[in-house]
Ligand binder design. Structure first.
Ligand code: NAD
Length: 344
């Protein structure tokens, strides 16, 4: 088993293997970079096929959080933890408590939150042994409205950049996925005067969007080829790929889904086609920004004003991409690296 020689190792500051025989905990905590502050990142529980897979995931996701937190202008570095196991069958409150002990041992260098396979209840168990946790049930708030608002201001900044207009009135937007984020984004777009085309496998969500937002609904595979100005992926990862990019008629891709580019080269493919891509980890940072503001002193106006700055960050990224002649996801990475001091 290797760490330093895996392709995902990127000078991570610390990688900890944590175990607890009594509860069966087997976890990896990866701290990528703490130049800006403690490393914040979720705890994923997944039935990995091998330990190598779990290490690769922890390293990759921790690095991603450094970039995301830096561009969200948070005083946090990037980290991530993974618990090896099936969240449906292997997870117990005792195991999550043992995870809390493991997090506490890092003395605050890593702050844990929920992720795939964990939830706010699990963070209550973690919280029994450490204060270095966010999104604890009862204290936490739903991050989705903040994520949706960040996407809304991100769409507006992207429209300003590519179409040179400040109003969304009469623009056509295709929203893929009407879940917690997608529906709220669709509602804000509709209120701003945009016309919507939507897709989801949930017929009730589609019916609601038709009735409440006047949206047109189309089949799952039809959403890519719609004659729209903006495509907003709010469902799945890897939706920008060799099959879908040739179909796109939108001049802008801006939505909440994580890991939208199937591969890095698809960012270049979008740029070659003249499509402006709002890097996903920048436009969907509203949730993590909101997590930062949670707590006894929570002030919604302050939190949402911070989320609103996603628009300025995207505009700065677009300017840099234009000046340097690089795709927007490359310009975003470079700006993040300046902010967290990669060279240092
Ligand atoms: P969700 O589970 O509430 O909603 C996802 C929706 O997508 C569901 O309605 C589902 O039926 C639909 N869907 C699934 N497959 C689809 C397909 N092939 N075509 C069309 N629709 C499909 O999830 P969410 O919280 O709204 O998050 C949406 C995306 O945004 C995810 O990729 C998530 O990782 C990302 N994200 C969410 C947040 C947040 O605060 N919730 C923060 C950052 C990123």
């Amino acid at each position: 088993m290797t760490v330093f020689s895996t392709p995902h190792f990127d000078d991570h500051e610390q990688v900890v293997f944590a175990s607890d025989a009594a509860t069966g905990l087997k976890a990896i905590i990866a701290v990528h970079n703490t130049h800006r502050g403690p490393a914040l990142g979720g705890c994923r529980m997944w039935a990995y096929g091998s330990e190598e897979e779990a290490i690769a995931d922890a390293l990759r996701l921790a690095r991603g959080m450094t970039y995301k937190n830096a561009l969200a202008d948070l005083p946090w570095g990037g980290g991530k933890s993974v618990i090896i196991g099936d969240a449906k069958t292997d997870k117990t409150p005792e195991l999550m408590q043992a995870m809390g002990v493991a997090v506490e041992r890092l003395g605050g260098r890593y702050i844990v939150a929920e992720d795939v396979g964990t939830n706010p209840d699990d963070m209550v168990a973690v919280h029994k042994h450490t204060d270095h946790v966010r999104g604890v049930k009862g204290e936490g708030f739903d991050p989705s409205p903040a994520t949706a608002f960040g996407c809304f201001v991100g769409v507006k900044a992207s429209v300003q950049e590519r179409l040179g207009r400040t109003s969304l009135q009469g623009l056509r937007v295709a929203v893929q996925g009407l879940g917690h984020v997608g529906y709220d984004l669709a509602r804000q777009l509709s209120e701003a005067g945009a016309d919507l085309v939507v897709s989801d496998m949930d017929d009730a969500a589609l019916a609601r969007a038709r009735a409440e937002l006047g949206a047109e609904s189309v089949g799952l595979d039809q959403i890519y080829a719609q004659d729209v100005d903006v495509f907003a992926p709010c469902a799945l990862g890897a939706v920008l790929n060799d099959e879908t990019i040739p179909k796109l008629k939108a001049r802008i891709v801006a939505g909440s889904a994580n890991n939208q580019l199937a591969e890095d080269r698809h960012g270049q493919a979008l740029a070659d086609k003249g499509v402006l891509y709002a890097p996903d980890y920048v436009i969907n940072a509203g949730g993590v920004i909101h997590i930062f503001h949670e707590g006894p002193d929570y002030d919604k106006q302050t939190a949402f004003a911070h989320v609103g700055r996603i628009a300025e960050t995207l505009t700065a990224i677009y300017e840099r991409a234009r000046a340097a002649g690089v795709p927007t996801h490359v310009a975003a990475d470079r700006l993040a690296e300046e902010r967290f001091g990669k060279a240092a």
